[in-house]
Write a protein that binds this ligand. Structure first.
Ligand SMILES: [Zn+2]
Length: 238
């Protein structure tokens, strides 16, 4: 099978996925006759979910095409921010804090600590959700259409990354969704929940919400104040 000598250059944040000697430079590659551009891009470490477009010899091309001898390929990341009509997420089992923060801000975020890769990919695909993970291999699964490889390992920074990338700050609806189970919160009269509250809370708080799905009760305590601070910081309102 005749191989083709081609070259690749990756742009912008796509370089995060490359081995150091391939970053921010054009490098040679040997393409098999049947290799698609997408296949080669993923074999070099870049999941298809991170790629917006490719050009061959300066002309826009589909990533499902194959290459010819001497082709010069450019691979481009998504323009920022990535605009999703109604952002909904699937969050990898390793990113539980991120899932809770997204829910805190009102975003529908499917999360199951024990979910395996096939289930995460299936839920993302079936429900049109954006898959958030730090696992590049998971983003390479064919059925995953929208995804993002979270770069940071710190939950606050992860939230900032996701909020920036998907322009979430104008869509924050805090304290409408349960951080535990993703269910909607509804205001509830104090007398309905009074017997389930810690004594100090019962004496000092007046406004309560309850998760329609799991029954967890929320009120505006010191935790609430800290979360508000974080939300302001993310919205650039400090
Ligand atoms: Zn709940």
């Amino acid at each position: 099978m005749p191989a083709r000598s081609v070259s690749f250059r990756f742009h912008g944040e796509l370089n995060d996925f490359l081995s150091p000697q391939r970053r921010n430079t054009r490098f040679p590659h040997t393409a098999g006759e049947t290799d698609t551009i997408k296949h080669i891009v993923e074999s070099l470490g870049v999941p298809h979910t991170e790629v917006e477009s490719v050009a061959v010899n300066g002309l826009a091309r589909s990533a499902s095409e194959r290459l010819l001898e001497g082709d010069s390929v450019d691979v481009f990341p998504h323009a920022m921010p990535v605009l999703v009509e109604q952002p909904r997420f699937v969050v990898d089992g390793h990113l539980g804090r991120l899932a809770a923060y997204l829910r805190m801000l009102g975003f529908d975020s499917w999360y199951d600590r024990l979910a395996d890769d096939p289930l995460l990919a299936t839920v993302a695909s079936r429900e049109g959700r954006v898959l958030l993970t730090r696992d590049v291999g998971l983003l390479k699964r064919r059925e995953v259409e929208h995804g993002y490889c979270v770069r940071s390992d710190k939950p606050h920074d992860q939230l900032r990354e996701v909020a920036t990338r998907f322009a979430l700050s104008s869509r924050f609806t805090p304290f409408r969704r349960c951080m535990e189970c993703n269910g909607p919160l509804r205001g509830v009269p104090k007398q309905e929940v009074a017997d389930q509250l810690p004594p100090h809370t019962r004496q000092t708080k007046t406004e309560f919400s309850r998760c329609v799905a799991c029954g967890k009760i929320y009120w505006r305590g010191s935790h609430y104040a800290r979360m508000l601070e974080r939300i302001k910081e993310l919205s650039g309102q400090r």
